[in-house]
Design a protein around this ligand. Structure first.
Ligand SMILES: [Zn+2]
Length: 49
């Protein structure tokens, strides 16, 4: 899947770390795509919801 995000302001929604296209980890939660720096942050975010 190609994403094409050129926005440099993208940050991990859990820890707030800046995300690069290489490090990007995307998880779809309740039909919405959320962006994280790693799978651990995605897991933690999902658990908190
Ligand atoms: Zn993170």
């Amino acid at each position: 899947m190609r994403i094409g995000i050129k926005d440099e302001g993208l940050k991990c929604e859990h820890c707030g770390a800046p995300i690069t296209e290489e490090d990007m980890y995307i998880r779809e939660i309740n039909g919405t795509k959320h962006y994280f720096c790693c799978s651990h942050c995605a897991d933690a975010y999902e658990r908190e919801k």
